[in-house]
Write a protein that binds this ligand. Structure first.
Ligand code: F0G
Length: 450
C-alpha cells in the first residue's frame, strides 16, 4: 500500500470553528497583522508551532490519572527516570517545566562573560540564555543549510572545519561545551547525521570539551538517520536515539516536541559535580529534584510520551505527513526549504513574494496572506523575528505541524490555500512596523499593510 495512514484512531475531538473571508479580514486587522495576537478560536488550522500542541494518547491520559503528586520521591518521577534511562543511557535526569528552563540552568553554570558556545544553530531561547549568562553564541551550520534548494541529506550538520577554526581562534579554555541541535529548527527542521555527531565527539575528546545535545526533536532526527545514513537502515529508531545520546555528556530537552506532551522539559547531565550544582539551581527556582516545576501527572504523561515517540509506525507517519505537505507545495511552484524537514515546512518568502523588499517583511506578508486565504496560522522566521540587529540569511514562513493533531484532509486544505495564495501572490503587500519592543518583537509587534 502506498498511503501511510495516521497510525491512531480519534477518541476525543475538539471542534474547529469555521470563519469566512470577511470575518478573517476583520480579525487580522484587529490583531494588527500579527498572528500571535489572534485568538486561537479564530484559527482554522494552527501551524504556529509544533511545541506543546501534540495530542496525547489514551495511555498518556491514563498517566494523567495515575500521576503521583507527592512532593518528594513521586512514583511518576521514577517512571520517567526509568524510561529516560532506557532511552538515553543517562541516569542523572532532572525534570524542568520546559526546554528553556533547562537551558537557563545549564548556561548559568557553564556560561559567563568571555565564554563562547558553538552550536550548529542555536534556537532563540538557547541563544538568549547563553547570551544572558554573558557568553557568545556562535552558529556553525554547514554552507548547504543556507541554500533552500540544496538537497543535502543532513543539512543540519555542524561545519566541522568552521568549528576547528573557531576553537583555534578563541582557545579551548573559553569553550565550556559544544552543542548540537537535533533537528536543526532554525534552518528547516533538518537532521544531523550520526557521523557528524561522532566527528564533533572526536574533537571534544581530543580537547576535553563536553558535548551537549539540544535534543527536542531527537526521535525525528533518529528516523532521518535510519532513512538516509548508510548502515542504519536496519536499526530501530530507539537504538539510533540511544547511540546519539551515548555520544553526549548531557542534553537539554523540551518535551513539548518529541516528548509528545503539552508541557515539560528535561536536563540530562553525566558529570556528577555539575549535576549536583544543577540540582541546587533547580530547587531554587523550579522545584524539588523529583518534580522540577511540573505536576506528578505531567511527569507520567511525559514518561509515556517518550516511550511512544520512538515507535516506527508513529515516526514513519510523522515524517511522511510533513513531507507530503512539502511535496504538494513544491508541485504548486512554491519554493520551500528542501528537502522537507521533520516537524515543519519552511516557505521561502523571498521567492513567494519577490516584489516585496526585505525591509517590508515578505515573510510577514505571506503569513497574513495564509490567514486571509484559509484561516491558517503560520509564523515568520526572518527579519521580523530576528530584529534589525541580526539580519537572517533567509526570509522564511514556518508551517509547523502539531503531532497527531491534523489529518490528511487538513493538510490537503493547507496545501490548497497556499497554492491559491501563490496564484495571486502579486496582490501581497509589504508590511510596516507600527510599534514593537526591542527584543523578541515578533510576539507583540503591531504592523500595518503598505
Ligand atoms: N530548542 C529548540 C531547538 C526549540 O525548537 C525550542 C522551542 C527550545 C529549545 C525551547 O523549548 O519552548 O520548551 O522552552 N521551540 C518552539 C518552536 C517554541 O516553536 O520552535 P521550550
Amino acid at each position: 500500500m502506498k498511503t501511510i495512514i495516521e497510525p491512531f484512531r480519534v477518541k476525543s475531538v475538539e471542534p474547529i470553528r469555521m470563519t469566512t473571508a470577511v470575518q478573517r479580514e476583520d480579525i487580522l486587522r484587529r490583531a494588527h497583522f500579527n498572528t500571535f495576537l489572534i485568538h486561537a478560536q479564530d484559527v482554522i488550522i494552527d501551524l504556529l508551532t509544533d511545541s506543546g500542541t501534540s495530542a496525547m494518547s489514551s495511555e498518556q491520559w491514563a498517566g494523567i490519572m495515575r500521576g503521583d503528586e507527592s512532593y518528594a520521591g513521586s512514583q511518576s518521577f521514577f517512571r520517567l527516570q526509568h524510561i529516560l534511562h532506557e532511552l538515553t543511557g543517562f541516569s542523572q535526569i532532572l525534570p524542568t517545566h520546559q526546554g528553556r528552563a533547562s537551558e537557563r540552568i545549564l548556561f548559568e553554570l557553564v556560561g559567563g562573560k568571555g565564554k563562547v558556545i558553538p552550536n550548529n544553530a542555536h534556537f532563540d531561547t538557547t541563544r538568549a540564555n547563553a547570551e544572558h549568562s554573558g557568553a557568545e553564541a556562535v552558529d556553525l551550520a554547514i554552507p548547504e543549510a543556507h541554500d533552500p534548494r540544496s538537497r543535502h541529506p543532513f543539512k543540519g550538520n555542524m561545519d566541522i572545519a568552521a568549528l576547528e577554526r573557531l576553537i583555534d581562534k578563541v582557545g579551548r579554555d573559553r569553550i565550556p561545551l559544544i552543542m548540537i541541535t537535533v533537528t536543526n529548527n532554525t534552518s528547516g527542521g533538518q537532521p544531523v547525521s550520526m557521523q557528524n555527531i561522532r566527528d564533533v565527539r572526536r574533537i571534544c575528546d581530543r580537547l576535553n570539551i563536553p558535548l551537549y545535545l539540544d535534543a527536542c526533536r531527537f526521535a525525528e532526527n533518529a528516523w532521518f538517520i535510519r532513512q538516509r545514513e548508510p548502515g542504519f537502515e536496519n536499526h530501530s529508531p530507539r537504538e539510533i536515539a540511544k547511540q546519539m545520546f551515548e555520544l553526549a555528556d548531557g542534553a537539554t530537552i523540551s518535551a513539548k516536541k518529541d516528548g509528545l506532551v503539552n508541557i515539560g522539559g528535561l536536563l540530562l547531565i553525566r558529570d556528577h559535580d555539575l549535576f549536583r550544582k544543577a540540582c541546587n539551581s533547580l530547587i531554587l527556582t523550579e522545584g524539588y529534584v523529583t518534580y522540577g516545576g511540573l505536576a506528578g501527572r505531567d511527569l507520567d504523561a511525559m514518561a509515556q510520551g517518550f516511550a511512544e515517540v520512538v515507535e516506527p509506525d508513529y515516526l514513519s507517519y510523522r515524517v511522511r505527513s510533513v513531507e507530503y505537505l512539502g511535496e504538494k507545495l513544491l508541485r504548486a511552484g512554491i519554493q520551500i526549504i528542501e528537502p522537507p524537514g521533520g516537524h515543519a515546512i519552511y516557505i521561502d518568502a523571498r521567492h513567494f513574494a519577490p516584489h516585496i523588499p526585505r525591509e517590508h517583511f515578505p515573510g510577514q506578508a505571506v503569513v497574513c496572506g495564509l490567514y486571509r486565504t484559509g484561516g491558517i496560522r503560520a509564523c515568520e522566521i526572518g527579519s521580523v523575528m530576528f530584529g534589525p540587529s541580526r539580519r537572517p540569511d533567509m526570509e522564511l514562513v514556518r508551517l509547523a505541524i502539531p503531532r497527531r493533531v491534523y489529518t490528511q484532509s487538513h493538510i490537503d486544505y493547507v496545501a490548497e490555500a497556499a497554492a491559491a495564495l501563490f496564484a495571486k501572490r502579486d496582490e501581497l503587500r509589504g508590511i510596516r512596523i507600527v510599534e514593537a519592543p526591542d527584543v523578541l518583537r515578533h510576539f507583540t509587534a503591531k504592523f500595518e499593510e503598505m
